[in-house]
Design a protein around this ligand. Structure first.
Ligand code: ACM
Length: 536
């Protein structure tokens, strides 16, 4: 197992590190060269290093950015530091950008601040780092529906993803508890659907509510800004409009879209809402308009249309003859709508079991343990592994009673580090369909960016290493985290969970949780996935 000299403690761990002797010291006269194709990466580097170091990196010798598509894998890079020069070669602009994240981490942690403090010597240790990612899809799903996350916090989150060489931001934009994307043809989605009168406090089993209105939404321009900001950091934003269930906020805004009446935008968590779409021409027209707007804003190849946890009982109550078929029918219709825009469907693993004509180029999000990932890969679909027992960062990260709003089974830093996107049960051919992994940040119990910081970090650092570097030694990772990486998070102002548990102000004695045993959740997942497991 590689051990890193303290000054080469990079997260996620690079594939190969060959340390040398001495350092290249960045000064106000250090220059930067790059081909025209890397102008954006050069601009990013100047913006990232300038404020903290005072080194403006004017054009000239010093750091050289080089494109080398023939010599390196597309997202790979080679960073060579000598006492007199720095050369960063990338297989593509994305590879160069990944290498820039490593270069930045080689500097003292104060480089992550937004202005100059102290008297750091901006030394890059001499050595060679060669690196490439284990997986192409290194995603994070951010639920901005349960709690709205202001735009500037989303942009900050994008920056934190970039630091960890994560490259897909899946934005869960709509759910029962809120609709967060402006759709000009359907204005009540945001005037009515983007806010609720109160929220549950703590786990739903306690049935306690606050009476504090909550809401917010993104305009088209906000979302275009997020998309472009992410693209500048080689991060693709994949939008999700959760259909045809998880739509209570939309039905509250336009009651005629619903299968059955609902009582406003949902204020409670969990359970399954009755607020599903009716199988009508009007509802299909609504979906068509919304997806057209989504495709106009988000250039991503994939658009997620959800398909998860859709109850059939409301359709039964409508008197529909075959309510069990309607979820699949909806998904088939949504796939056709997306294809008309040249986009591919991303659906949660329930879409495999609904009898839907899921197009062969669809991407499946396998979330119900490993079962969804296994079923999707065996059925010949590309799949992103997001097993709840490994990467659901709303789940509690410690056993202690002080853990804030502890829900779900225990999911520690070590568990996140042990995540393997490709289930061991898959053959090599099936496993090749697993594009990567995606951490999931469901925000029922995270009402602010401070709560997200606490739940996401440092587990997201461990996850990033699992999808970029592949299997490693947890003790070595934990040492690197403690000796080097937490100082970077501190400089960035990330309020991560301390390894010994929450600071007093991070506890939530006012909001009780509902912890579960892992074995109980696993048994439940076996039951929930019976139909998709029976098909393979
Ligand atoms: C999900 O957790 N319902 C995808």
């Amino acid at each position: 197992m590689t051990t890193f000299p303290a000054n080469l403690s990079v997260v996620p761990r690079p594939v190969r590190v060959v340390p040398g002797a001495g350092a290249f010291v960045l000064t106000e006269t250090t220059g930067l060269t790059h081909p025209p194709e890397l102008a954006a990466e050069a601009a990013w580097l100047r913006g990232a290093l300038g404020p903290a170091t005072g080194c403006l990196l004017a054009s000239g010798p010093g750091i050289a950015l080089v494109l080398d598509p023939a010599g390196l894998p597309a997202e790979g890079y080679r960073l060579e530091v000598t006492t007199s020069a720095v050369e960063l070669r990338g297989g593509s602009a994305a590879g160069v950008f990944a290498g820039l994240q490593t270069l930045r981490q080689l500097l003292p942690a104060n480089v992550f601040r937004r202005a100059r403090v102290g008297t750091d010597r901006w030394a890059l240790p001499v050595g060679v780092i060669e690196d490439e990612p284990a997986f192409a899809w290194r995603g994070v799903m951010l639920d901005v529906a349960r709690h709205f996350l202001p735009k500037q916090d989303v942009l900050r989150f994008v920056d934190l993803m970039a630091v960890h060489r994560l490259n897909v931001l899946h934005l869960h934009l709509t759910d029962d508890q809120g609709w967060r994307i402006e759709v000009p043809r359907w204005p009540r989605l945001t005037s009515v659907g983007a806010w609720r009168t109160g929220s549950m406090r703590g786990a739903r089993q306690h049935e306690t509510f606050d009476r504090r209105p909550h809401g917010g939404y993104y305009t088209g321009e906000d979302l275009r800004e997020i998309v472009a900001y992410a693209a500048d950091r080689h991060i693709t934003v994949v939008p999700e409009i959760d259909l045809p269930g998880h739509t209570q906020a939309a039905v509250a805004a336009y009651p005629s879209l619903g299968a059955v009446p609902v009582e406003g935008v949902r204020t409670r968590w969990g359970g399954v809402s009755d607020g599903v779409l009716a199988p009508t021409e009007e509802a299909l027209g609504f979906c068509r308009d919304v997806l057209a707007e989504v495709c106009a804003i988000f250039p991503s190849r994939y658009v997620c249309v959800g398909g998860d946890e859709v109850p059939t009982e409301p359709w039964e109550r409508m008197g529909h003859a075959d309510p069990g078929s309607l979820g699949g029918w909806f998904v088939g219709e949504l796939a056709v709508m997306l294809a008309a825009h040249g986009r591919r469907l991303f659906g949660w693993d329930e879409v495999l079991g609904g009898g839907a004509a899921v197009p062969s180029d669809a991407l499946i999000g396998g979330w119900r343990g490993e079962h969804g990932t296994i079923a999707a890969a065996r059925a010949g679909f590309d799949v992103v592994a997001c097993p709840d027992t490994s990467v659901y960062f709303d789940y509690r990260q410690g056993e202690d009673v002080d853990e804030p709003i502890p829900v779900g089974p225990l999911l520690t830093l070590a568990d996140a580090y042990a995540f393997r996107p490709v289930p061991a049960a898959l053959s090599a051919e099936e496993g090749a369909r697993v594009l990567g992994g995606q951490a999931q940040i469901w925000t029922e119990h995270m009402d602010s960016v401070r709560r997200i910081d606490y739940m996401a970090f440092p587990r997201l650092c461990a996850f990033a290493e699992a999808v970029w570097s592949g299997p490693g030694d947890f003790a070595e990772f934990a040492g690197r985290l403690t000796s080097a990486h937490l100082a970077r998070l501190d400089a960035l102002g990330v309020e991560y969970r301390p390894s010994e548990g929450p600071h007093p102000w991070q506890t939530r004695p006012d909001a009780p949780g509902w912890p579960r045993e892992r074995a109980d959740r696993e048994a439940e997942l076996l039951e929930l996935t019976k139909n998709i497991r029976a098909d393979i």
